[in-house]
Design a protein around this ligand. Structure first.
Ligand code: ZN
Length: 277
């Protein structure tokens, strides 16, 4: 993906779907990317809400669970996603950031096989991560983000961060800690952030293959494929080293133990949805 005329374009060259939101301010020179969940029932219902004048809210992008991306506001105009917010001396982060909303129901009530969103939809354990938000003391269920969605948001964010030279990736909870929990513990923020802005908070980064993926002896397609190539979609990898867009990885088995090592292209791996080391 790439940014052209402040709009996101797919690799095919076509602009992503656009639904204009009237909820926008003046010129924007963003330095930050801010991640949100919609806490809604579908991308469609969130897009309807964020393009209705009365809601006084918007975002630059909405990304559905199927990975479909919709742009509501061009990246050089202020969108209304952050609300009352601050970060490192800046107040009102709408004027400093590009906002991405991910379709996700957010925190869930219930437990043990039966989880329920605030709007009444139910989910099974497979869809849910049980975790404590870093601002809270209670464990809750959190709806998982889908793999298609995590792949799409990473590709879109790579294009945006590099086009505008953004310096940091933040959660809505980082900039409005007294009132927001999104994008929540189901979002792999540390991996996402270190992938985009190269901040190595951890010694290594966990990823999953987003497609069948060749693993090679060196960082380039000219290097031979190694045994076990292509890796199945969903294979877990630990990235040890980067060379441009290539990662030197350890391929992890079901128990998280290293099986083999080699090079893979970073476009086809996504942050692992739940980090278990
Ligand atoms: Zn938010």
């Amino acid at each position: 993906m790439r940014v052209k005329n402040h709009k996101l374009h797919a690799d095919s060259g076509d602009a992503v779907a656009t639904v204009r939101s009237p909820n926008r301010g003046g010129a924007l020179k963003a330095r930050y990317l801010v991640m949100h969940y919609t806490a809604g029932g579908s991308a469609e219902s969130s897009i309807r809400h964020l393009t209705k004048k009365e809601s006084k809210a918007s975002a630059h992008l909405v990304i559905g669970r199927d990975g479909a991306i919709t742009q509501l506001v061009p990246f050089n105009r202020v969108a209304w996603h952050a609300g009352r917010s601050r970060w490192q001396g800046l107040i009102g982060m709408n004027r400093h950031s590009i906002g991405i909303e991910l379709d996700n129901a957010g925190p869930l009530d219930g437990g043990d096989g039966q989880w329920r969103s605030w709007f009444g939809r139910t989910y099974t354990d497979d869809d849910v991560i049980v975790a404590t938000h870093r601002f809270e003391e209670i464990e809750r269920g959190w709806l998982r983000y889908s793999e298609a969605q995590l792949t799409a948001v990473l590709e879109a964010s790579e294009a945006i961060v590099s086009h505008y030279g953004l310096i940091e990736v933040l959660g809505h909870d980082d900039i409005a800690p007294e009132r927001k929990l999104d994008p929540g513990p189901a979002f792999p923020m540390e991996n996402f952030r270190s992938h985009l802005v190269g901040r190595a908070d951890d010694e290594f980064e966990l990823f999953e293959t987003a497609a069948g993926l060749n693993i090679r002896e060196g960082p380039g397609v000219q290097f031979a494929k190694i045994a076990g190539s292509p890796l199945a979609k969903g294979t877990r990898l630990r990235s040890e080293l980067r060379d441009g867009s290539w990662h030197f990885v350890e391929v992890l088995d079901k128990n998280g133990d290293p099986e083999t090592t080699g090079w893979v292209h970073g476009n086809f791996i996504a942050p692992a949805p739940s980090v278990v080391v």
